[in-house]
Design a protein around this ligand. Structure first.
Ligand code: IDP
Ligand code: MG
Length: 230
């Protein structure tokens, strides 16, 4: 279908950066981020595929992304894709869900409200394509009755911890205190999504925040109070 590959150059983290390819029909163009000091587009668009490389000013105190898109697994730079689905937005639960991650000390590095295209939703849930509820799931995510609030959170073990905080897919099986146990009753309206593995986080962050400059690197002023060991 569609493919896009990114290659990042001339940056300290570049050695650990994998070239990535995603199917993302809706988002084939590269956009320079507002905080990008330097952006160089290199490559050609061919058969729906855009290849580009960019680098940025490492001096900037707050800057667009300069690490592997899902960070480095097992470190404080690990990242996950969390989304408040349209039912969570309609029900006014965005702030409560954000608060859970903020309260835990995780760092918000990407945030936007978006009505995803059908292509994006289908790619996001590609592993469920053969399931009978797939069409309804895609419609629920894309019909525009409310946006999805898409986020990227960063911190230690955030992929697994995010799933634990969200709870089981079926809210009736979700442990007390989890988001789904606290706010939901049925699997079809379970209000929140979280990446289930590092590979899923790479794919999902790339799909939803794959344009240059959509993720922001910044330092938490209280990080030593969150991260220090004895
Ligand atoms: P997850 O969201 O906990 O990762 P998945 O199995 O990946 O769960 O399913 C993705 C989403 O598809 C669920 O969150 C839910 O919105 C929807 N879904 C899963 N199973 C069902 C079902 O049996 N009926 C309706 N919707 C479902
Ligand atoms: Mg899943």
């Amino acid at each position: 279908m569609f493919a896009r590959s990114f290659a990042r150059i001339a940056r300290p983290a570049a050695s650990s950066m994998k070239a990535r390819a995603f199917s993302t029909g809706a988002r084939a163009s590269a956009a320079a981020g507002s905080r990008m000091a330097t952006f160089a587009t290199a490559g050609a668009i061919a058969t729906g595929a855009a290849s580009y490389a960019y680098f940025q000013n490492a001096q900037s105190p707050v800057q667009a992304d300069s690490k592997p898109i899902a960070g480095v697994k097992g470190t404080f730079s690990e990242r996950t894709f969390i989304a408040v689905k349209p039912d969570g937005v309609q029900r006014g639960l965005v702030a409560k869900i954000i608060a859970r991650f903020e309260d835990r000390g995780y760092k918000l590095v990407g945030l936007k409200a978006v009505v995803p295209s059908k292509d994006l939703a289908e790619e996001h849930y590609a592993d469920l394509k053969s399931r009978p509820f797939f069409g309804g799931l895609v419609d629920y995510m894309t019909n525009g009755k409310a946006p999805v609030v898409a986020m990227v959170w960063e911190g230690k073990d955030v992929i697994k911890q995010g799933r634990v905080m969200i709870g089981a897919t079926n809210p009736l099986d979700a442990a007390p205190g989890t988001i789904r146990n606290t706010y939901c009753q049925v699997v079809g309206r379970n209000i929140v999504h979280g990446s289930d593995s590092y590979e899923s986080a790479e794919k999902e962050i790339g799909l939803w925040f794959g344009k240059a400059g959509e993720l922001v690197e910044w330092s938490q002023a209280n990080s030593e109070w969150i991260q220090s060991d004895n």
